[in-house]
Design a protein around this ligand. Sequence first.
Ligand code: SAM
Length: 284
Amino acid sequence: MSWIEETLYPGWGQRFRVLRELAREQSPFQEIVIFDSESHGRVMLLDGAVQITEADEFVYQEMITHVPLLQHGAAVRVLIIGAGDGGVLRRVLQHTNVRQAVMVEIDGAVIRLVRKFLPGIAKDAWDDPRAHLIVGDGIAYVAEAQDSAFDVIIVDSTDPAGPGEGLFTAAFYRDCARILSPGGLVVNQCGVPFMQPDELRDTSRRRACAFPYVSAYVVAVPTYVGGFMTLGIASKQPIERIPVAQIEARAAQAGVLGTTSYWSPALHNAAFELPPYIAAALAN
Ligand code: SAM
């Protein structure tokens, strides 16, 4: 039996025992590999970095979606950038108050292969009438968008290299600020600070160029190895701690309470308690 090694870090990594390789394709943007693993169900790598496994996808998807939507409390229009696996789209559409979810993914090959080999990630979200799927560059989309009516922008991108690089710039965050409603929030993945210490620090500085309120929260994704991963969040309004009972009421009203396996009303607030080594990166 063969192994596939993640090549994210030059000197350290994880490996999976492969039961069967299902796809290996070089798209115009990245190499896409999907395989059945012995330990984590189906796994997708992009350019050698783990993007999603069937076993733990719920952790990341729930936290990158439910935290901003329930922090906002009444999100009606949501913009998703990247997230080609469809897992965020599915979680966004769980919220009954959402009337439209625009998803802009640059790589049509990711969507095609995920729909074929990982259909359980998005389930039937692709066909939801509230979903508006655009295969295109998220950077260009926010630069060109005219309206300012998105309540939440979720940036579920690859790391800041290749097509995802421009999703971590001050110019991109300024465009996000322009198209967000006054109480709107933008969330984006900021890597694993223990292994990628500059990612949260640099992107927090850039977010601060566009938003007066910048924060971050943590999530322990088993296959994004190296300790907590951080999700950066920014807004034009203060990002306040909401009483747990109120978060619970919002989740019940939105139809997500009791549907989650990682997110919970208490964890929603707890995730903003940053270990000092992570808080330091946010402050500098
Ligand atoms: N949840 C997983 C994670 O964070 O590792 C999956 C991430 S998702 C598969 C990342 C997606 O972002 C990829 O499919 C990639 O094609 C897309 N992406 C990268 N740069 C982009 C851009 N400029 N515009 C839109 N999508 C982009």
